[in-house]
Design a protein around this ligand. Sequence first.
Ligand SMILES: NC(=O)C1=CN([C@@H]2O[C@H](COP(=O)(O)OP(=O)(O)OC[C@H]3O[C@@H](n4cnc5c(N)ncnc54)[C@H](OP(=O)(O)O)[C@@H]3O)[C@@H](O)[C@H]2O)C=CC1
Ligand SMILES: O=C(O)[C@@H]1CCC=N1
Length: 245
Amino acid sequence: MKVCLIGYGKLGSSIAKGLRNAGVEVTVSTLPPTDEWAREDGFSVVPMRACAEGVDLIIVAVPPSAVPAVMKELRGVEVPITSTAALVKLGELKKYADKVYRVMPSVTVEVNSSPVLVAERGGGADSVVEAVWGKLGKVYWVNERVLDAALPVVGSGPAVHAEYFRSAVEALVASGVERSLAEELARESIIGTIKMLEKYDPYKLRSKVETPGGITVEMLLKLEEEGVFGKIAKVLGEKGRELSR
Ligand SMILES: NC(=O)C1=CN([C@@H]2O[C@H](COP(=O)(O)OP(=O)(O)OC[C@H]3O[C@@H](n4cnc5c(N)ncnc54)[C@H](OP(=O)(O)O)[C@@H]3O)[C@@H](O)[C@H]2O)C=CC1
Ligand SMILES: O=C(O)[C@@H]1CCC=N1
């Protein structure tokens, strides 16, 4: 399979590396200075129209403000297009191309382990979209409203989750644990928790950990009193509702 990737920034470079891991041939089109970064990473960089020739899929990973210019330059190209841009709706993309989809992944595509929301089925090239994006994680076909509502947890997710991880590490360091050990312990704990969440819902998991009158319930009640979890749900939920309007 061959892919043309437009944009080699934070997300684009992760997409390129994830696809390469999976044996997909990637050609890049981007502006300076990231054109040089793509070359240093071993990708071939060409002008946009040349990039779009003879490929199975085009992935547009440029800032939302640059999408109209890129779509205009791709006008008339028959190859299906997937846009990763937040904020640019399908209705806008369809003004420029027939076979076009919105995709919402996260940078964890770099390790081939991202939820990949795709809107919407029936865009004229579903199987090629599934085949390419399926190399980068688990594909979920959704309507556009769900893609936007889920963006705070899917697209932004790694940054939000990393902040919890960082806080846990700082807590351990403050308690006298060496940073390298603290990072390893926090990481292993999260990996184990994720595996348990595949078996149990979060309420059940919490009740398995809380010893009555013990340390866990004491800490969790304190965090709830501070509004920590409620605030996360409020901010992410408000943003999801705003985006999906
Ligand atoms: N970062 C993330 O985790 C996620 C991002 N997204 C979406 O993906 C898109 C990219 O985000 P991100 O990678 O963070 O952004 P960056 O700003 O890091 O990267 C944007 C890339 O697009 C290039 N570019 C800008 N304008 C053009 C143009 N006209 N033609 C060709 N290339 C161009 C930039 O080149 P240069 O910098 O060299 O000028 C850069 O390589 C955004 O729309 C964002 O909403 C979606 C999900 C997750
Ligand atoms: O922060 C952003 O706007 C983009 C979309 C999701 C992740 N990065």
